[in-house]
Design a binder for this molecule. Structure first.
Ligand SMILES: [Zn+2]
Length: 551
């Protein structure tokens, strides 16, 4: 049923009406008559066959609207993505941060754990129970769940370029740029890696980072590599104003273009030079010295490493090194705050995921604490009155937090239940609080042996310092790389529209809360004909209708 326009009804009557409707909406929206809207009807479909891109878009819109996202009036949006940041990783990282501050640790909170709104996200891809970063970030960035490995395209064949050309999805970064808002990307991964790529590129296979990894058949069918699509985005939109990342090699030709960086491209293009030609007043930076000198300039492109940026634990903190996530976040917010129409910024702590794959809890937790500092900086530099800050993860990892360690036990240490030495397993051996279900830590404490041998019992950790940064936690199943987990991840939010983040949400709902809570973004969608009578973007927008504005 439609709810009549609130303006035509006395308030008491409206209250009665909303109560009468409550069977239809999933959850009463916050008490704000201005957002009384009709429930969005979603057709029942067979799963997974009936899950078209249009169905995912509409069902995500319905849930966000039912949770009251249309009541948001966000001017700015900052999305923090902890890649692979499982809830177990959050719990262990908060204790590490607390213990580093000299406290028992359990009572500590990471910066985003003080946010008023929380929810769970179901992370599966359309074809995968345990997902990858490409499919999950596409859901977060475009409102449509898709196949594992997909970047900015709806579900289809993993290597089917021709099919993917008709499946392009528009994310909030492009919508923001087209609406005249400022835009930014900060990540410790390669700029062409799955998470950042899903905000600007469209390929069915995340591996197509440069032309060197783009199959000839895909090129012949009309697909281009992710790095060249970044330059297309810059050329078409005059955005983003700030990009700070790793991954210079994907943008440079196969020669030593800058010290220590040999490009991977085979087409001879130097995309950094192309970016500079498009942005004669901008600054390209490659180390901390150049980064600091670029303050006040716009646009700024920073590519600090050939591949991913260094782990926080390992990075060079001097002028020839690279900045940390907090410094890059501050820089981006300073730059984008000068934009007259507000901004949308993605900040990714990418290497939580990589440390997990390496079976190295120390760096996974340390990277998480680095993101906590970056989120705190964003909170300090913005107002909850106009800036929506969303913190989430794309997927989980198989880190386990186990045993009965006593209060204040070192989170990276062996389990101690009391003061009389470590707790012992059935074999009489000590064990750590943290371990992985699979990965390289199977063989022994250091996993530095060549090859994998059947384990007999467990390694004796009695004389092993498990808190040492390079220690690899034990793993039950031997795999070269530890895997993602299929369990839910957290969403934490503050600012306009954040109250819509509650309950258990399909991951694509995150996009819909963001666009519904940000008038400039949903206005862009309504102009493209995607909105219903209540102004809710419910129809999968045609990418052709979303034409970049002249800049
Ligand atoms: Zn991963």
């Amino acid at each position: 049923m439609r709810v009549p326009s609130p303006a035509s009804l006395p308030l008491a009557c409206l209250a009665t009406l909303l109560a009468a409707c409550s069977g239809n909406v999933r959850e009463a929206a916050p008490a704000n008559p201005a957002v009384a809207i009709a429930p969005v009807e979603v057709p029942a479909v067979a799963h997974p066959q009936g899950e078209t891109a249009a169905w995912w878009y509409r069902s995500g819109a319905a849930h966000a609207a039912a949770n009251g996202a249309m009541g948001g009036r966000a001017r700015n949006v900052i999305v923090f993505l902890g890649d692979g940041m499982s809830l177990t990783t959050v719990a262990a990282a908060r204790i590490l941060a607390g213990q580093r501050a000299g406290n028992p640790g359990e009572e500590h909170l990471l910066s985003w754990e003080r946010f008023p709104a929380t929810a769970f996200a179901k992370t599966y891809n359309t074809d995968a129970q345990t997902p990858d970063s490409a499919g999950t970030m596409t859901a977060i960035a475009t409102g449509v769940k898709t196949h594992i490995g997909a970047i900015g395209v709806s579900a289809g064949g993993h290597d089917d370029c021709a099919q993917s050309l008709g499946n392009h999805l528009q994310g909030w970064l492009a919508l923001a740029a087209d609406a005249g808002m400022g835009t930014g990307i900060v990540t410790t991964a390669r700029l062409t890696h799955a998470t950042p790529a899903a905000t600007y590129a469209h390929v069915p296979n995340r591996g197509w980072e440069s032309d060197a990894s783009l199959p000839a058949a895909a090129r012949a069918a009309g697909c281009s590599d992710i790095a060249s699509q970044f330059i297309d985005f810059v050329r078409e939109r005059g955005a983003p104003q700030v990009v700070l990342a790793g991954g210079a090699r994907e943008f440079l030709p196969d020669e030593e273009v800058m010290p220590g960086v040999r490009g991977k491209r085979r087409d001879g293009r130097n995309l950094v030079a192309e970016w500079q030609a498009l942005n004669p007043g901008g600054a390209f930076v490659h180390d901390t010295r150049q980064f600091e000198a670029a303050r006040g300039k716009s646009p700024v492109l920073g590519l600090f490493e050939s591949s991913h940026m260094q782990y926080e634990h390992d990075r060079d903190r001097g002028p020839d090194g690279e900045p940390d996530l907090e410094a890059m976040t501050r820089f981006a917010i300073e730059t984008l705050s000068r934009q007259p129409g507000g901004y949308v910024l993605l900040v990714e702590a990418a290497r939580i995921d990589h440390a997990g794959h390496e079976g190295n809890a120390y760096r996974a937790l340390d990277e998480t604490t680095a993101m906590s500092r970056a989120v705190q900086a964003a909170v300090d530099m913005t107002s909850a009155d106009d800036t929506l800050v969303v913190v989430t993860a794309d997927h989980s990892h198989v880190l386990s937090f186990a045993g009965y360690p006593r209060r204040g036990n070192p989170i990276l240490g062996k389990v101690h239940e009391d003061g009389d030495g470590p707790a012992l397993d059935a074999l009489g051996l000590p064990y750590t609080t943290l371990s992985y279900a699979n990965g390289p830590g199977y063989r022994d404490a250091s996993a530095d042996e060549a090859g994998v041998q059947p384990a007999v019992g467990r390694p004796d950790l009695t004389d092993v310092d498990t808190t040492e940064p390079d220690y690899l936690q034990e793993a039950m199943v031997p795999l070269e790389a530890e895997t993602h987990g299929g369990d839910d991840v957290g969403i934490w939010a503050r600012g306009p529209g954040s109250a819509a983040f509650r309950g258990t949400l399909e991951q694509n709902v995150i996009y819909h809360v963001i666009v519904q809570a940000t008038p400039a973004l949903r206005g862009q969608l309504c102009e493209a004909g995607a909105c219903n009578a209540d102004g809710v973007p419910v129809e999968l927008p045609s990418i052709d209708a979303l034409v970049p504005a002249a800049h």
